[in-house]
Design a protein around this ligand. Structure first.
Ligand code: SAH
Ligand code: SF4
Ligand code: F3S
Length: 442
């Protein structure tokens, strides 16, 4: 029997990359590659990269450096770079890292089998052409159906037309394109038939789904369609853009029992002046109105968000506006980052006079305050009963891990056979990043 070749794949960045990596694994399986977690054993090393901040990009170059020595020992080793850094850097990457055999952009995964074969025959290849039509969603085998599992991400739209002034995504992911609703439903039905019970609809601005194709189902309609699929017990979506949160979408939380009471709604800043400079398309008041409407349509909804600290022109007063917004929303969890200038974006040309020495303490103040809020909220859940979807064993392997409807990770004792079931759990402890509970009704 011919021996299987081995792929070592490392994934950086957001859920979109995680989802693309699943497709990469499935495609390469088709040409005889199995996966390994040991780079030293691999015949093919692929990095699926992220360029959202300079730190993410530098990390990838650091990793790449490590593989150079492996290649010295094993010259036939194929090294490839894909994802957002690859899309952005293209040819330059091949020049900066001469030991790299292939570079594939964010729309070119389907070419990988052919590119890997060419690399094995000694050819260096680079493919970064965008495919600007919806066919690109269906160039892959549906992944995950064969493995089953409890929860899966399903891409419904890709790309971004918003051009927030700090953001690289529109340049590395291309224009916003929505997948046909019937294809989405078909894929989810297939996953459900394989035992998947929860799906998260995925897109850079998922709630802007099909706004540009009148006559086709829009996002609220898509949610209703997916909720009808037999076997799907819970439905989520991410990431939403505040400017496209419609009244109809808010009503979905009241109308669709399967829709989990959680929304990730990045504000980025609480200052109107900074929001305008960021080109976000909403004001502080409009953001807070949407939050209030969500809380009133869905009492108990858990809200998470993203904040950028130290955007050019952010002074102490603007930062205070962000702190007070965060205070008002009471996020269940918040992801916050120091602004990182990205090449080619509008904001990279703005004068940025605040020094890192000012930005770092701001980030720490924000994160410290949020830690208290998160812990307080987790502790206040003690004694409540939550519907937890059991995903499988916890990291220690001794307990079970699952998530509440509000997306709080929860640890509890129980039988592994409960994976995929929604169980009633009484919360007995609220920790910083987790809840601990006991199953009262399996
Ligand atoms: N589409 C989503 C965000 C995708 S990027 C939205 O519009 O909200 C994920 C997060 O990275 C952003 O929410 C933002 O907080 C952060 N981010 C993006 N560009 C950044 C930059 N140049 N510097 C620092 N953080 C950035
Ligand atoms: Fe980036 Fe803005 Fe698009 Fe989000 S909406 S991906 S932050 S440009
Ligand atoms: Fe990073 Fe690309 Fe996602 S830049 S955050 S991997 S879309």
């Amino acid at each position: 029997m011919k021996q299987e070749k081995l792929l070592y794949l490392e994934t950086f960045g957001c859920q979109m990359n995680v989802s693309d990596s699943e497709k990469i694994v499935a495609l390469l399986k088709g040409i005889g590659y199995g996966e390994t977690s040991e780079a030293a054993q691999a015949d093919l090393i692929l990095l699926n990269t992220c360029s959202i901040r300079a730190t993410a990009e530098n990390r990838m170059y650091g990793h790449l450096g490590k593989f150079k020595s492996l290649k010295k020992r094993k010259p036939e080793l194929i090294i490839g770079v894909g994802g957002c850094v690859a899309q952005q850097e293209g040819e330059q990457l091949l020049r900066k890292a001469p030991f790299v055999n292939l570079v594939f952009g964010t729309h070119n995964l389907q070419l990988l089998p052919e590119m890997v074969r060419a690399a094995a025959a000694g050819k260096r290849r680079i493919e970064t052409t965008f495919i600007d039509n919806e066919e690109r969603f269906d160039l892959f085998p549906i992944t995950g159906a064969e493995e089953g599992g409890v929860t899966r991400f399903v891409t419904v739209m890709q790309g971004c037309d918003n051009f927030c002034s700090y953001c690289i995504v529109p340049y590395v992911r291309g224009r916003e394109i929505s997948r046909k609703a019937e294809k989405v439903v078909q894929e989810i039905a297939q996953l459900a038939a394989a035992g998947v019970t929860e799906v998260t609809l995925l897109g850079q601005n998922v709630n802007s789904y099909d706004l540009k194709s009148p006559g086709e189902p829009d996002f609220p309609e898509l949610l209703h369609m997916v909720a009808q699929i037999e076997g799907i017990k819970r439905l989520r979506f991410t990431t939403s853009h505040p400017k496209d949160i419609s009244e109809r979408l808010i009503s979905c939380f009241a109308e669709i029992p399967k829709l989990a009471p959680h929304i990730h709604l990045p504000a980025q800043s609480g200052s109107d002046r900074i929001l305008a400079a960021m080109n976000r398309g909403y004001t502080r008041a409009q953001y807070l109105e949407k939050i209030a409407a969500l809380k009133s349509a869905c009492p108990g909804i858990q809200i998470t968000g993203d904040i950028i600290v130290g955007f050019p022109g952010e002074d102490e007063a603007a930062f205070e506006d962000t702190l007070s917004l965060v205070e008002e929303v009471q996020y269940a969890d918040l992801f916050s980052f120091i602004y990182s200038p990205r090449p080619g974006t509008k904001a990279a040309e703005l004068p940025d006079d605040a020094r890192r020495a000012e930005k770092q303490p701001r980030l720490e103040r924000l994160q410290e305050r949020q830690r208290q809020v998160t812990l307080g909220r987790n502790q206040s859940m003690v004694g409540t009963v939550q519907q937890v979807l059991v995903e499988g064993p916890s990291t220690s392997g001794e307990e079970l891990f699952g998530r509440t409807g509000g997306n709080r990770g929860t640890i509890m004792m129980g039988e592994r056979s409960l994976a995929g079931r929604v169980v009633d759990v009484r919360i007995i402890e609220g920790l910083q990043t987790l809840l601990r509970g006991e199953i009262i009704n399996a």
